[in-house]
Design a protein around this ligand. Structure first.
Ligand code: IYR
Length: 222
């Protein structure tokens, strides 16, 4: 492949096939323990930890390496309270008329409702913004595959949170443009996902669920 001077050699870790098998199985088992949690303790999490999690997410691949994301890390109680009030206002309307019967029915096993206590209890809220475009002074610079890029970064953030022994929930209040206002984000940034981050309460529960099996999610072409 043609390449410019601006390349360095990639020194990958060289694992044996056995090591790869072992490590992939271990990681699969570890990731299978991750659950979305709705019961957060107010136990603090140091900023250093949050920064490590976000900077892990920011290693995600992105279109033309534009890294089209901003992560807002909120521990300020007044801002968390403002976010909760606005989110609950939207959620209340969603649960009481905006969502279809089928949707409400699909959510029953999870016991969700408009009350979002975790937004003020969890020590941190991470709000991911996608950057539709970048500003270079007044000029607009294009970003590419923004949803794909930010979605991948979100997945990596969720994995990093799990790896740190912390829990989260992918919360998508809808509509969520209030986040742009409360956090005073510029007009090239759009809210993408809101993740409370913290430790679970000692009596946290999760719904019983099964994950799809390999033959349900994989089609091999050998
Ligand atoms: N945004 C709402 C509703 C909701 C929708 C789905 I799809 C879920 O998997 C969970 C909840 C809420 O946060 O309650």
């Amino acid at each position: 492949m043609a390449h410019s001077e601006n390349f360095v050699s990639y020194t990958a870790q060289r694992l044996t096939a056995d090591e790869s098998a072992q490590r992939s199985a271990d990681f699969r088992k570890y990731m299978d323990k991750r659950r979305s949690i709705r019961f957060f303790s107010d136990q603090p999490v140091p900023e250093e930890v949050i920064e490590n999690l976000i900077m892990t997410a920011s290693t995600a691949p992105s279109g033309a390496h534009k890294q089209p994301w901003t992560f807002c890390a909120v521990s300020n109680p007044e801002i968390k309270a403002a976010i909760r009030t606005a989110a609950e206002e939207e959620e209340y309307k969603s649960y009481n008329g905006r969502m279809s019967e089928e949707w409400i029915e699909d959510l029953k096993p999870f016991g969700t409702d408009w009350n979002k206590e975790f937004l003020t209890v969890s020590p941190w809220l991470i709000i991911i913004f996608k950057k539709a475009f970048d500003y270079d002074g007044e000029a607009r610079k294009k970003n590419y595959y923004v949803n794909e890029s930010v979605g991948i970064a979100a997945g990596m953030l969720i994995s990093a949170i799990h790896n740190a022994g912390l829990v989260t929930l992918t919360h998508t209040p809808s509509p969520m443009n209030f986040l742009q206002k409360i956090l005073e984000r510029p007009d090239n940034e759009r809210p993408f996902l809101l993740l409370p981050v913290g430790y679970p309460t000692d009596d946290a529960v999760v719904p019983v669920l099964e994950r799809k099996s390999a033959n349900e999610v994989i089609t091999y072409y050998k």
